[in-house]
Design a protein around this ligand. Structure first.
Ligand code: UD2
Length: 463
């Protein structure tokens, strides 16, 4: 059993005893909670990060050696037919699963629930979760094989996500094809002193350990075993906030397979030097992603002689992973370095007063899943058109982009383009939504219209 003395001994070695300041006033449940949190923390690692800074290489020298990456064009006519066949074969053989990350706290959006519960469908108010699940179900129906969804939550989104998906009966997804697992957490420390911060008298301030936490969470939850047991070899990875994501797109998966790649990452052309997307680059012959906040200004602004951005390739956080890479990473945690960022974190001071800092006061630690790129065999970059695959919901109404209104407008625009391409005349401002059950792409919609499997209504949700 954990005693106060054993906790003090553990903490004192790292000068962190202050987190027990209110121990005597806690009830048994409070003590148990705090003790469990303290025991789950790797205090050596926290010390090391505070003293030495992040685990990863310095981005200045790294970007000085960087080149723009070679990229396969998703729509490259010459190669895409073969890619489509390869991807379709993997889906028809039941070898593909979906990895959906939904553990973030969505603080910029200001929505007090998991982001996946946000009603974004321009006509139907479908939630992000429903849109993603229906895309997977449509792929499942088309290829006649299960496509299990491995859905990562965090302690702050888990219970509500489970209850929401239960309430909606997983939108029709069979029970054994939805594997929910919760990621781990990391503490925050005071940026000036390195002291752990208390959220409450019986709680440390903990936040999700970044989407790179997926590797250890997949292993600890048994999800990797589930993949092995089901013969799932490739995982289509995406973020919960992007309703345009082409989930399990066969051509994309096919490019990954044809390149014999263990990690393929999708990029779009950046629209400005400081676009809030990761930067796919080639360093010493190796593909990697440098997050926008880490990109040195000079590199962000570097131009080619024709005026185009040198580092043009913006990562939209859509990847295809080979299971083999996730397995290797699960056995070697060094492959995912910890990044450090300075954030505003409210906390209790030693007298129990709640402090709401006006400026960033704390260091938070996160792992990024794309840091697995250098460890991947034959990693490739696939370029797609931004307007076709990317409209992330990040900001509350009022911001210039990435707001609910902006995302709905992007969705309507896409449906409008699909209909127009299929020869259907629609008013530019018509309220349109195309369900994933109807079509997952412009081509599919066109085929259905040509075969007479679908006809146009107006002003209402299409079937
Ligand atoms: C992410 C990418 C950025 C770009 C952009 C596109 C990182 C570090 N940045 O930026 O390069 O591709 O997305 O939209 O990836 N999440 C978890 N657990 C965590 C943290 C995040 O599951 O601990 C999920 C979160 O639910 C979301 C996704 O990861 O689905 C991205 O998180 P974010 O919105 O905080 O990332 P952002 O917009 O800074």
């Amino acid at each position: 059993m954990t005693t106060r003395e054993s906790l003090i001994a553990r903490l004192a070695a790292h000068r962190q005893q202050h987190v027990l300041a209110f121990w005597d006033a806690l009830d048994a449940a409070g003590r148990a909670r705090l003790a469990a949190q303290i025991e789950s923390i790797d205090l050596d690692t926290i010390d090391r990060l505070y003293r030495n800074g992040p685990d990863h290489e310095d981005f200045g020298p790294l970007m000085a050696r960087a080149e723009p990456p070679p990229a396969v064009r998703l729509a490259d006519a010459e190669r895409s037919e073969g890619a489509l066949r390869a991807g379709a074969a993997a889906l028809s053989a039941g070898r593909v699963g979906a990895l959906l990350v939904a553990g973030g706290q969505g603080s910029r959006l200001g929505f007090p629930h998991p982001k996946g519960m946000y009603p974004i469908g321009p006509v139907s108010d479908r939630t992000l979760f429903q849109i993603h699940f229906e895309k997977v179900l449509a792929i499942r129906a088309r290829y006649g094989q299960p496509v299990p969804i491995y859905l990562m939550t965090s302690p702050s989104t888990h219970a509500e996500t489970v209850a929401f998906l239960d309430r909606h009966r997983r939108f029709g997804l069979p029970e054994d094809e939805l594997i929910l697992f919760c990621q781990g957490t990391m503490p925050a420390v005071d940026a000036r002193t390195g002291r752990l911060l208390l959220k409450d008298r019986d709680q440390l301030f903990l936040s999700p350990d970044g989407h790179g936490g997926i590797v250890s969470a997949l292993e600890a939850s048994g999800a990797l075993d589930h993949m092995r047991g089901r013969g799932i070899e490739q995982l289509f990875y995406f973020q919960v906030d992007n309703p345009l994501v082409p989930v399990c797109d066969p051509t994309l998966i096919g490019h990954h397979l044809l390149a014999n790649s263990e990690l393929s990452t999708v990029v779009v052309a950046k629209t400005s030097p400081h676009d809030r997307v990761g930067n796919a680059v080639l360093v010493d012959g190796v593909v990697r992603i440098v997050e926008y906040i880490d990109l040195p200004d000079a590199a962000a602004r570097a131009r080619e002689p024709d005026g185009a951005l040198k580092f043009w390739a913006g990562s939209v956080a859509i990847h295809v992973f080979a299971r083999s890479l996730l397995e290797r990473a699960a056995g070697n945690h060094q492959l995912l370095p910890l990044h450090v960022s300075k954030k505003k974190v409210p906390y209790l001071d030693d007298s129990g007063r709640r402090i709401e800092p006006a400026d960033p006061n704390a260091l938070k630690f996160e792992r990024f899943v794309f840091d697995l790129l250098p460890a991947a065999e034959n990693a490739i970059v696939i370029e797609a058109q931004r307007r076709q695959i990317f409209a992330p919901l990040k900001n509350a109404s009022g911001a210039a982009t990435d707001t609910p209104e902006w995302v709905r407008a992007q969705m309507r625009r896409q449906y409008h383009e699909w209909l127009t391409a299929a020869g259907v005349a629609v008013d530019a401002d018509a309220a349109i939504e195309i369900s994933p059950w109807t079509a997952l792409s412009a081509e599919e919609l066109q085929e259905k219209i040509e075969r007479g499997q679908w006809c146009v209504g107006s002003g209402t949700e299409l079937p």
